[in-house]
Design a protein around this ligand. Structure first.
Ligand SMILES: *Cc1c(COP(=O)(O)O)cnc(C)c1O
Length: 851
């Protein structure tokens, strides 16, 4: 056999089109349809071939097409207009909405193991990554000076292929980084590398940069010639490999990530770590300070003050743990510099609620950060419960684990027509997404117009689904009859059938098959529904998740049963491109997680901003997002039932009942057509769609989310970090001394109630409580007394003041004045808590003495 040689001839970009290079190299294209349309316009065939990757497009497009575009004045005018928008987006002169909160010199470092910007850069697996991508995009919109830090995976997550028997095959292919919108990060025009001391060897990583508007994301890659073959594989796969590989990835992300920023000359003022994956960054920053001579405890305090930790999963298995000996082995060389022994290191990774055999990355993250949050109200509560043991004396509802509800980057996921409509109604809507009134963008739009915009997105989706089904059917080795069966509903007019979408990772807690819990009933519903029904499923199961893959197979098999054929579709290869179409073009977005396992869920938010109605278990964001006013709602909630053997029975029954009695009838009701050649509109459905956009857009977008993070957390992290660092870390040293004293003497604290108001008081009389604390070893000003009125959501905490230190070391008198607005019967409890000027949260010390 002669050898086959391969040659790729790349076109040269005519000077008139030179700006396309920069547009292709900035992930701004992932949110700007206008940029993507430029490439489509030059050559639609190549655009399809490269699957929406502009870098690759410019390498493969025929020269003639470029030359033609370069001579087309209409195209050049469009390019100039798009370029101008891009320039404005990236320019520093643009009014930065958030400048009063964070100024440009105060960089926030955002660490995450995955980032999802666009399907052309496949270094994400699901919600966490896309959230991280959306966070960067919104930071670019708001002018928050943020840099991302992550890993550049040579093979990404994996490509999914489902065979004729419904088995998932995971394909891993090497990405060629020269085909991607990334470039080597440089300093003084030299590529940047970092090195890490791994047991018995040094590992080198190259730093790459992805530009996202004006935000840079730095990605580490160990696939360099300096490394052994095994070490080159550290960054090959996202969530692939064994536990040791995972540990190496996390050391790389945490330690290497900090070193990469240093090597680039970037000095963050606040550090935001997402999941425990990046928690080793805490130890690396502590190591930097101890190397400069600061003792370990003040150093940890200084680092923690500037750090925010966000947990994204309520599933215990989602929290990484490693064998303790392994973690010790990777940190052994640094222990002398850190000034701690192995047991102190391991204590940082100890989860007080669990056995001590494993090093828990969430524990490290909680120990090394002063602010912590979950990603929805429900999840914040669950996370507070889960981590209760970290603040042993504090009730979970008062501990420092709070929440910031997730949001999505609207422009990235908004359908074409709605984007146009928003542009027409308010040119600068992108800069005002955090404002409450933004939902009014659709207030005055005619129902018929909203409906036709929806149908256009639906048509686009349906065409894409049909093309995908055709490819899948061919690959199954089946012919056109089977294809026709699969498309038999999709082939009908798009306003006739109800399209229900379910797409997300196939993790078992998401219960993809809940809809099929009572198959006979579902089959009857499909048969008797006044409108044809289509349920489309998509999603990847992790290659090691057998139950998840079994779910995929079940749905595949059901989709082949005659009663479900054409009504149940399973589409392979879920990625951001398919997600964008699904969340824009379905009628209903289905989500059936086991409560409270869905930390937030964001695909429903993407659907909601497009006017797609959510039908979801009231978990995660939807518990806050569902809204119902005067007969018009933005979707349907399935109220979770307590965990029990019958839970699936009941929730599946509720689901089918809702579909049968509410969803389908609402979709079916059409207004009588105005003329014989127009169709009747589902006016009530459209009113619900409008309500969905108006209620979900303002509250669940990424600008609102990033603004919340900036105002509630970044600002405080920056200030606290600065406070503790001042005067050569004086406050950090004092805080460490305070904590030591507290550890030694808290057990001896006593409080004695000297006086309380009489049991019946007249309105207007002053209500004074006096307490004496006795605190051998702790000065009285380190204690505070509080009265807690009522319980639950109506709880009020009244803070007292120290009125007298009877003697410096031991006794203090505290006075609490109850507010004058109390009325009726009031129950209250009294307590003593430690306090210090460096506290970011009143109970972060975990101590509370009830009297
Ligand atoms: C939004 C998104 C997700 C997250 O979906 P959930 O409903 O939160 O599970 C996962 N994958 C892709 C491709 C997405 O776009």
């Amino acid at each position: 056999m002669p050898t086959m040689h391969h040659l790729e001839l790349r076109p040269s970009l005519p000077p008139a089109l030179s700006r396309l290079n920069e547009l292709a190299g900035n992930l701004y294209y992932s949110r700007s349809r206008a940029v993507r349309d430029l490439f489509d316009r030059i050559d639609a065939d190549t655009w399809v071939q490269v699957e929406g990757n502009p870098v690759r497009f410019l390498q493969l497009v025929p020269q003639a097409r470029l030359d033609q575009a370069a001579g087309d004045s209409a195209f050049l005018a469009e390019l100039a207009a798009v370029w101008r928008e891009f320039e404005v987006h990236c320019s520093d002169e643009r009014m930065d909405v958030l400048e009063p909160v964070i100024n440009p010199q105060e960089t926030v470092a955002y660490f995450c193991a995955e980032f999802g910007f666009h399907e052309s850069l496949p270094i994400y697996s699901g919600g966490l990554g896309i959230l991280a991508g959306d966070h960067c995009k919104a930071a670019s919109d708001l002018g928050v000076p943020l840099v991302g830090v992550g890993l550049l995976y040579r093979q990404g997550y994996f490509q999914q292929c489902i065979d004729a028997d419904g088995r998932q095959h995971a394909r891993f292919e090497d990405l060629d980084f020269s085909h991607l919108p990334v470039r080597p990060a440089t300093r003084d025009e030299q590529p940047v590398y970092v090195t890490l001391e791994f047991p018995g060897r040094v590992v080198t990583a190259q730093v790459w940069e992805a530009r996202v508007g004006r935000v840079s994301v730095y990605l580490l890659d160990t696939d360099v010639v300096e490394n052994t073959a095994a070490d080159r594989e550290i960054t090959h796969r996202l969530y692939g490999g064994d536990r040791r590989r995972r540990l190496e990835q996390e050391v790389l992300l945490g330690v290497g990530g900090v070193r990469a920023l240093r090597a680039l000359g970037i000095t963050p003022s606040a550090w935001h770590i997402n999941e425990g994956h990046a928690a080793f960054s805490i130890l690396e920053r502590v190591r930097e300070l101890t190397a400069d001579g600061l003792p370990f405890d003040p150093a940890l305090n200084a680092v923690a003050a500037a750090t925010l930790f966000t947990t994204h999963t309520p599933v215990p298995a989602g929290h990484d743990t490693f064998a303790r000996e392994w973690v010790e082995a990777y940190w052994q060389p640094h222990l002398p510099t850190l000034g701690i022994d192995g047991s102190r290191l391991l204590a940082l990774g100890a989860d007080p609620a669990h056995d001590g055999k494993h090093f828990n990355m969430t524990a490290l993250a909680l120990h090394g950060s002063r602010q912590h949050n979950g990603v929805s109200r429900v999840h914040g509560g669950v996370a507070a419960q889960m981590s209760q043991a970290f603040w042993p004396e504090v009730p979970a509802e008062e501990n420092p684990l709070t929440h910031v509800t997730n949001g999505v980057h609207v422009e990235t996921f908004l359908n074409r027509d709605l984007t146009r409509l928003f542009d027409a109604n308010r040119r600068d809507w992108r800069d005002h997404l955090h404002e409450a009134g933004i939902g009014e963008l659709v207030q005055n739009t005619e129902p018929s117009r909203l409906w036709s915009m929806h149908l256009s997105a639906k048509t686009h989706l349906v065409n894409d689904l049909k093309a995908r089904l055709e490819r899948q059917t061919k690959r199954f080795g089946q012919g056109h009859v089977r294809l026709k069966q699969r498309c038999r509903v999709l082939d009908q007019p798009v306003d006739e059938f109800l399209l229900v979408g379910f797409a997300r990772r196939f993790a078992t807690y998401k219960r993809a098959a809940l809809l099929f819990h009572d198959r006979e009933r579902l089959a009857r519903l499909i048969e008797t529904s006044p409108r044809p029904l289509v349920f489309v499923f998509a999603g990847k199961a992790h290659p090691a998740d057998q139950p998840g893959q079994a779910l995929l197979q079940t749905i595949h098999e059901l989709s082949g049963e005659p009663r479900f054929a054409g009504h149940v579709l399973l589409i392979e290869g879920y990625d951001m491109g398919l997600a964008r179409r699904l969340v824009a073009g379905c009628d209903v977005w289905l989500n059936t997680p086991e409560y409270p396992m869905e930390a937030s869920g964001t695909s429903g938010q993407k659907a909601g901003v497009n006017g797609v109605l959510n039908l979801s278990v009231a978990d995660g964001w939807w518990a806050e997002g569902h809204d119902h006013q005067k007969g018009v709602a933005n979707g349907w909630s399935l109220l979770p039932t307590p965990e029990s053997a019958e839970r699936d029975d009941r929730e599946a029954d509720d689901l089918l009942t809702l579909l049968e009695t509410e969803v389908i009838p609402l979709f079916d009701r059409r207004q009588a057509p105005a003329t014989s050649d127009t169709k009747g509109l589902p006016v009530e459905w459209i009113a619900w769609q409008r309500h969905a956009i108006a209620t979900i857009l303002p509250r669940f977008n990424a600008s609102r989310m990033v603004r919340d993070y900036a105002e509630r957390h970044y600002r405080r992290a920056i200030d606290a970090g600065r406070l503790l660092a001042r005067d050569n870390y004086r406050a950090a040293v004092e805080r460490a001394e305070f904590e030591q004293a507290l550890a030694a003497y808290w057990a001896g604290v006593q409080g004695k109630v000297l006086s309380v108001p009489g049991s019946a008081m007249q309105q207007g009389e002053s209500l004074i409580i006096e307490i004496e604390t006795t605190t051998p070893g702790l000065p009285p000003h380190w204690l505070r007394c509080e009265a807690v009125l009522g319980d639950g959501a109506s709880r009020r905490v009244i803070v007292g003041e120290l009125v007298e230190s009877v003697d410096e070391q031991a006794r203090g008198r505290h006075r609490i004045e109850l507010p004058g607005d109390l009325a009726g019967e009031v129950d209250y409890r009294l307590r003593v808590v430690p306090t210090h000027e460096t506290l970011l949260h009143p109970y972060e010390l975990g101590r509370m003495l009830w009297l």
